[in-house]
Design a protein around this ligand. Sequence first.
Ligand code: DOR
Ligand code: ZN
Length: 347
Amino acid sequence: MTQSLTIRRPDDWHLHLRDGAMLAGVLPESARDFARAIVMPNLVPPVVTGAEAAAYRDRILAALPEGARFAPLMTLYLTERTDPEDVARAHAAGLVTAVKLYPAGATTNSASGVTDFDKVRGVLDRMAEIGCPLCVHGEVVDPEIDIFDREAVFIDRVLDPIRRAVPGLKVVMEHITTADGVDYVRSAEAGLGATITTHHLIITRNHILVGGIKPHYYCLPVAKRARHRDALVAAATSGDARFFLGTDSAPHADPAKECACGCAGVFSATNTLSCLAEVFERAGALDRLEAFTSLNGPAFYGLPPNDDRITLIRGAAPVAYPARIETGAGPVTLFDPGFDLHWRVAR
Ligand code: DOR
Ligand code: ZN
């Protein structure tokens, strides 16, 4: 059995870092293992303009622990008032790596998102021209649509029409949770990729609902049935360059999750690589872990992979992680995969 695995340093292609005391608390957890991360813009208020992204990037860099090497790749939050030229300037300056589309009301802090997709057409056309990718939260918000079907319906109603209308646009389907998402990405000719989270490779909806409601497994898109989880594992472990890691690690202080109307989000930055090594090992695909965590994402974004490497070591005894981390914004419970973790990153 493989006891150690050296791979290029991973990147996280979908991460929530928040701001202020929460940022200070969670940033070291990502900076420890990851070289770069696509940083989500759903702050309150959201990061909409190039100037706001510059200020947010400065706050992230200021919050980095001494000696950390971590590059935040900034995104802009697409609104119906977004100025295509502001996006183009921020992208040309290297300040902004991608633009994020949240359907209005789809998830945490998405109230300023898009309702009328025709109103963002000018921005999408400009992004296609300049090669700026669109990261998509792929769920419809139609109250008639069952929450477990919202991703599949989004593909037909919104994503496919957008991709047909703006054929040159590079699109990342963020945090896919269904076999439908996997199939759609596989069917695309070019210019479409997908991130997959750590937790969606592990949990199903049973984890959330069986034996009592488990708020720390609740996120959006919500985890689906096992058949979908298994399709995600097959995609991630296949080596297919269109699938790459985006943890969607999304911290909320415990009281905001453990209540009558708990927030969506799973915090997995701390133990993601241990979890992934376990998933890939079980799938007999440890040799493809590096593609998923460290190669496919940069290739999609047109960036070089990281030069430095990390080594994962398999120990006989399970690795002990804390149940939660303490931050200045309160305790944040760490994702519990529900099985022992044997792999850890050598320090
Ligand atoms: O579970 C989620 N949490 N899904 C999202 O799309 C947003 C995120 C958050 O910001 O907490
Ligand atoms: Zn997210």
